[in-house]
Write a protein that binds this ligand. Structure first.
Ligand SMILES: Nc1ncnc2c1ncn2[C@@H]1O[C@H](COP(=O)(O)OP(=O)(O)OP(=O)(O)O)[C@@H](O)[C@H]1O
Ligand SMILES: [Mg+2]
Length: 254
């Protein structure tokens, strides 16, 4: 059974069909590339998946117990196991890297406001644990020496990796990355591709929106191609590359 199953999801903005009956699935430990020309609906799909947008129709199911996510709030979807990053970076620019990642643990922390207020032993113990694990995630993302730096002071590529570290803090089962290598130089891109493979080794499936074919082709087990809100092709990267409908969709883009 698939980890994620999306059945016939549609989303309209006035007269624009951002998504029309999109169905796809992601297996455990699978890396699926979601590609398609500008305006194809890729980010809208992530927004529906993570509860930022309510779907007009269709169903989103997660896990062996087929939990229905469509209709849930974005907080509850994060708790259920889907984390994401954003096409236009969303980090706390004036906080340190360590603080940014610590905030990502919010979905999992146990002690409540009262504990935090009175600084109960439980809250202090939990806080220490969170900062230890945040350091560990920064190390995993190759950012260990920047923990106490203010996020805004670091290069863009570092900030993008920070956002992934924060997403991982929620212990997702599925990580959704919206153009993670955009704006990176070739060696940063290659390093990040390596990190995405390591994320899969942690038993986390990855859904990857990416325009850079040199990155998404070798990295993905499977590709799903969107065009004008519809899935126009799906399959192994080497087959998709030669699919006439896909070539046409990209040519139409100019
Ligand atoms: N909040 C919104 N309100 C109105 N229209 C929207 C909204 N979000 C997206 N759209 C429209 O939906 C369509 C799909 O946009 P989307 O951002 O999902 O595409 P995309 O595949 O992510 O494109 P890109 O590769 O450029 O990031 C576009 O026509 C876009 O203008
Ligand atoms: Mg987009």
């Amino acid at each position: 059974m698939a980890l994620l199953e999306v059945k016939g999801v549609s989303k309209h903005f006035g007269g624009v069909s951002a998504l029309s009956r999109v169905s796809l699935c992601v297996e455990e430990r699978e890396i699926v590339g979601l590609i398609g020309p500008n305006g194809a609906g890729k980010t809208s799909f992530f927004n529906c998946l993570t509860g930022l947008l309510k779907v007009d129709e269709g169903k989103i199911l997660l896990g062996r117990d087929q939990r229905v996510l469509s209709g849930m709030s974005s907080d509850r979807i994060l708790e259920a196991g889907i984390a994401r990053t954003f096409q236009n970076l969303r980090i706390f620019r004036n906080m340190t890297l360590l603080e940014n990642v610590a905030i990502g643990f919010h979905a999992r922390t146990r002690s409540g406001l009262w504990d935090a207020f009175v600084r109960s032993p439980r809250a202090r113990k939990e806080e220490k644990m969170i900062f230890d694990q945040s350091r560990e995630l920064l190390r995993f993302m190759g950012l260990e020496s920047f923990g106490n730096e203010i996020a805004a002071n670091l290069p863009y590529g570092h900030q993008k990796r920070l956002e992934i570290a924060r997403a991982l803090a929620s212990s997702p089962r599925l990580l959704c990355l919206d153009e993670p290598v955009a704006g990176m130089n070739p060696s940063e891109k290659e390093a990040l591709a390596g990190v995405i493979r390591k994320i899969r080794e942690k038993n986390i499936a990855v859904l990857l929106i990416e325009h850079d074919m040199k990155v998404v082709m070798p990295l993905s087990d499977r590709l799903v191609v969107l065009d004008e809100g519809e899935v126009i092709a799906e399959g192994r990267p080497q087959d998709i590359k030669n699919n006439p409908r896909v070539i046409q969709a990209y040519l139409g883009e100019g």
